[in-house]
Ligand binder design. Sequence first.
Ligand code: CP
Length: 309
Amino acid sequence: MKHLLSIKDLVKQEILDLTNFAQGIKKSPKKYATSAFEKNLLMMFEAPSLRTRISFETAMVQMGGDSINYHMEHSPWGHGKESIEDSAKTISRYVDIAMARIYSHEELVKFAASASVPIINAMTNFEHPCQTLGDLLTITEKKKKLKGLTLTYVGDSNNNVTNSLLYGCAKVGININIACPKRKEFSPVMSIVKEARTFAKKERSSVNIYNDVKKAVKNADIIYTDSWMSYRIPKAQKAKRIKVLKPFQVTKKVMSYAKKNAIFMHCLPAKRGLEVSADVIDSPQSVVFDQAENRLHTEKAILLWLLKG
Ligand code: CP
């Protein structure tokens, strides 16, 4: 059974094929108007969502299929009353495919191992593969290539989006720089950096970690950031985090260190004045809403690819 749990599990050609397929779907959506006919997607959520929920549901509707939105607080599994394995076996008897936004990546892997339908990672504490695949489509559209570009991620780097970008960029030959505070809780996971470097070596690209924003951003084609307050971070930590992360805010000055035609990316939701200034996210360099739209086209490609088996 084919699943999409991590970008790490995809080979370079699969990533490029999915990006090309998504581009084709975006160009001719009507061609795929019945591609998911009589197919049902289960969407399981343990965390809030705007983009993921709406884009997956829209994808199914536009391809002639259906979806069920299920919050984990209604689930016996979520309440510890049913095993992950039994939950996976049960839902496999009802639906054709499922996606899950649950915190624990380990639990998602266990769930997928017992499912007999494809399972999509709609974001765990460890990875956000649908976001990165959509981002690679956006980069392809804006830069007309992937290999040889440099993407600099600025800010809190100890999160699922950074992990998926590390794997995704390294696999397709995008050089990736990370600019983050010199503290473990904001730094990328070193085992993932190590794996990304192995993938990058094959593509003759690089993975570099900096604590100096200017150095990290110099000559970058893409500047990327994400929320300083990811969904599970307690509000009580906000002031402390802002203090440490403030020098890593993406401002006009930070953008000026990058290439003149550099683009700004953010997976959203964003907080103007925290991880990014309003004059950057609302500037012509910003492609954040193209990114959000591309989630839809990419998820159609992912769904059809997995449904085809
Ligand atoms: N980027 C993203 O996954 O957005 P949501 O949390 O709104 O789904």
